[in-house]
Ligand binder design. Structure first.
Ligand code: ADP
Ligand code: MG
Length: 694
């Protein structure tokens, strides 16, 4: 039987039923999918080294003997770290694991065993060590131990690296040798213009680097790797390009030019708009006057005044006879926007409504009636806005605040039968290159200026052992009439341990400061409880608000000038910056104290340094992206970002740009992909689309 990329993996020579199961569990169902299991690195056996000769940041492979395997409790947390100490005649080095690759991973090892260890040498507290290296027992049958680059695949239980490499060999022999079995989706002109190997050539090289392969393979910049990375980006860019074109063709209401109402709002403000606010509003306004839907992302650092820009846009909608829906990620935030809208917009005759989940059935019904009549021009709410029972009379503009909490799906749900304009606002600034990838279907405006007169927040990191000093500093501020936030991490709303931390902190603060009013806010509370606490805090009846990250976005209490973030090491950089943005909103000098837990890594300290050293959200976002990678940075589920197999948005930006221009060029020549030379492309896009939008 002739093998193709679509052949069931079971039929590959050397794959029995048991191994077939192992592979399927790992998402490999066909021979083609096996070939897309890319090495996560290469081991350069041409320069096996001694431990004494290792230097920081080298990617190396060494042969050594296991001296000890042990697990260590990390600080007070419930997590464990594993340590494998290895040695050769020249010295010893520790291999550290902060998570277990799979159950039984460490049980495979015994002392005196000979192993090969491959990974990056890391300097930690002036010592060299490996973090999560690849450790393999050296077996007699591993005859590949010659002088070449050996691909390293992510460890899988039930499949030794040796066996996997053998399977790859067979698959390549079967498929790549018979070129027709590997589909080439790119037309000749794209391959020539962008200097791309064929897919078959690339796959072979990636799994079997030639003997002369150099550093470029180790660094994933070889032509073979470039071809695969280009293709991964290409699907995403092609999808975005076609999507964007489709949106531009839809029709939407064209709003009136020269809005008097927006001007009136501007004149009624107790302050001047910043130049950036004016410019961004102009950019939005131009879109709104075109009879095609706007899809615009407004990004701007915390406190840059995005809400007002949205309010001005709502004025234009109202004047043009359309309704606006403003959707916020939390009820707290929705209510805050509602209060501001009542303050700024109601006096101008804009009728404002609030629609959130916990309204009584009657109130809910009333709001819905008012929306249908229509007696509401601007409705502010949460997810409740996208329920099917909510009918608008003539929805013309949808504003989504803090985009990163919303998925594409929800965005689409708001389209309903007519197509409103979309304005998406985010305070998690995204480096431009990444933004154009993730939001390739959106136009982008940036509010790159803060209102004048803000004193920058002073940020300091400290350690849990200094907590007493931190709290007495907090007390001083409160004695001056200010208020404080104390933030606890709550990674998942369901993590009971974390919640207990916040609650016990709350109890211990009450004991520590019996004369202060201390409030507690967390995601498990009912919304009216949350509201009550938030209102008391706003009215300065609560001095210290202990909170989990529910406070993260948008909340505005100018009198609060100090924020203490416990276990700061557990937050992402952008999240810390967001949190910090809750203070520094008034006239008072503001402080943010990052309290690092016990036994934090050098890395965590470095991250805290970044926050300490800059207040620029864009710089922080770039650093965050670099440290965590795009998947985690954006939060995979919300981002709509496909999991790339080889591409890396930080490392491969220039390839991304090429893929993007190729996609745009292709679509401009053949918008519907109907040309014969693009037929494979069209089918492949449909397949990839699932991973992009799904
Ligand atoms: P964000 O961009 O983080 O959503 P907000 O819209 O919440 O920021 O604005 C933060 C605060 O700044 C609000 O209290 C708002 O009234 C105020 N503000 C907005 N624009 C200006 C301005 N041009 N000058 C002074 N204060 C402003
Ligand atoms: Mg905001």
């Amino acid at each position: 039987m002739d093998l193709t990329a679509d052949t069931h993996i079971q039929y590959l020579k050397g794959v029995g039923p048991k191994l077939g199961d192992v592979l399927r569990k790992r998402g490999v169902g066909t021979v083609g999918e096996l070939l897309e299991w890319f090495p996560r690195g290469y081991e350069d056996r041409r320069k096996a080294r001694s431990i004494a000769s290792l230097e920081a940041d080298q990617i190396v492979s060494i042969e050594a003997t296991i001296i000890n395997v042990r697990s260590v409790q990390m600080g007070r947390s419930h997590r464990k770290m594993y340590e494998v100490i290895i040695g050769d005649t020249t010295g010893k080095i520790a291999c550290k694991y902060f998570r277990v690759p799979y159950r039984g991973y460490f049980e495979r090892f015994s002392t005196h065993q000979k192993v090969r260890v491959a990974g990056k040498v890391t300097l930690y507290r002036s010592r060299l060590e490996f973090h999560h290296p690849d450790i393999q027992p050296i077996f007699e049958d591993d005859v590949t131990a010659e002088d070449k680059l050996i691909p390293i695949y992510t460890e899988t239980e039930g499949l030794s690296p040796f066996k996997l490499r053998k399977l790859m060999e067979v698959a390549i022999e079967e498929l790549v040798a018979k070129q027709k079995a590997i589909r080439e989706v790119f037309p000749q002109w794209i391959r020539e213009k962008y200097n791309l190997l064929t897919r078959a050539e690339a796959l072979k090289l990636i799994h079997q680097p030639p003997p002369q392969a150099g550093e470029e393979f180790l660094n994933f910049i070889s032509p073979a790797q470039r071809r695969i990375i280009f293709e991964e980006f290409f699907w995403l860019e092609l999808y975005m390009t076609i999507e964007k074109m489709g949106i531009k063709r839809e029709s939407a209401p064209a709003f009136l030019k020269g809005s008097a109402l927006a001007k009136k709002l501007e004149n009624s403000l107790p302050f001047q708009l910043t130049g950036a606010q004016k410019r961004v509003f102009e950019e939005i306004y131009q879109d709104l006057c075109i009879p095609h839907p706007m899809h615009r992302l407004v990004q701007g650092d915390v406190g840059s005044g995005k809400t007002l820009v949205a309010f001005m846009s709502a004025c234009v909608a109202k004047e043009s006879g359309y309704q606006t829906a403003l959707m916020a990620p939390t009820e707290i935030l929705a209510e805050q926007h509602f209060k501001n809208a009542e303050k700024f917009l109601a006096p101008l005759g804009v009728r404002v409504g609030l629609l959130i989940g916990h309204l009584k059935a009657k109130e809910h019904r009333e709001i819905c009636e008012q929306l249908a009549n229509p007696e509401i021009d601007l409705v502010i709410g949460t997810h409740a806005l996208i329920e099917d029972t909510v009918e608008f009379k003539n929805l013309g503009l949808v504003v989504i605040d803090e985009q990163h909490r919303f998925g594409v799906e929800q965005r689409n749900k708001l389209k309903k039968n007519i197509y409103p304009h979309f304005l998406v606002m985010t305070a998690t600034p995204i480096p431009r290159t990444l933004a154009m990838t993730v939001y390739g279907d959106l136009d982008i405006s940036t509010v790159d200026e803060l209102p004048p007169g803000r004193t920058p927040i002073v940020t300091r990191k400290t350690f849990a052992s200094k907590r007493d000093q931190v709290f007495s500093f907090m007390k001083e501020q409160i004695d001056k009439g200010r208020q404080a936030y104390v933030i606890y991490p709550l990674v998942e709303e369901s993590e009971k341990i974390d919640l207990k931390d916040a609650v016990s902190e709350f109890e211990s603060l009450k004991k520590r400061f019996p004369d202060l009013n201390i409030g507690l806010l967390h995601g498990k509370m009912k919304s009216d409880e949350k509201d009550a606490i938030m209102n008391e805090f706003r009215e300065n009846k609560i001095h210290v608000l202990v909170s989990t990250t529910v406070i993260e976005v948008g909340v505005d209490v100018p009198n609060a000038n100090i924020m203490i973030i416990e276990h700061a090491e557990r937050f992402g950089l952008s999240q810390l910056h967001q949190l910090r943005g809750r203070v520094g909103r008034g006239e008072f000098k503001s402080y943010c104290v990052l309290v690092l837990g016990y036994a934090v890594s050098e890395d965590s300290i470095h991250r805290a340094d970044v926050i300490e050293s800059t207040n620029d959200g864009f710089k922080i976002a770039e650093a965050d992206l670099e440290i965590r990678g795009p998947g985690e940075f954006l939060g995979r589920r919300q981002s709509g970002l496909p999991g790339f197999k080889m591409a890396n948005l930080v490392r491969d930006i220039s390839i991304l740009k090429d893929a993007r221009s190729a996609a745009i060029e292709l679509v401009s020549i053949d918008p519907e992909l109907v040309k014969v030379e693009n037929s494979l492309m069209k089918a492949a896009l449909r397949e990839h689309q699932k991973s992009i939008v799904g």
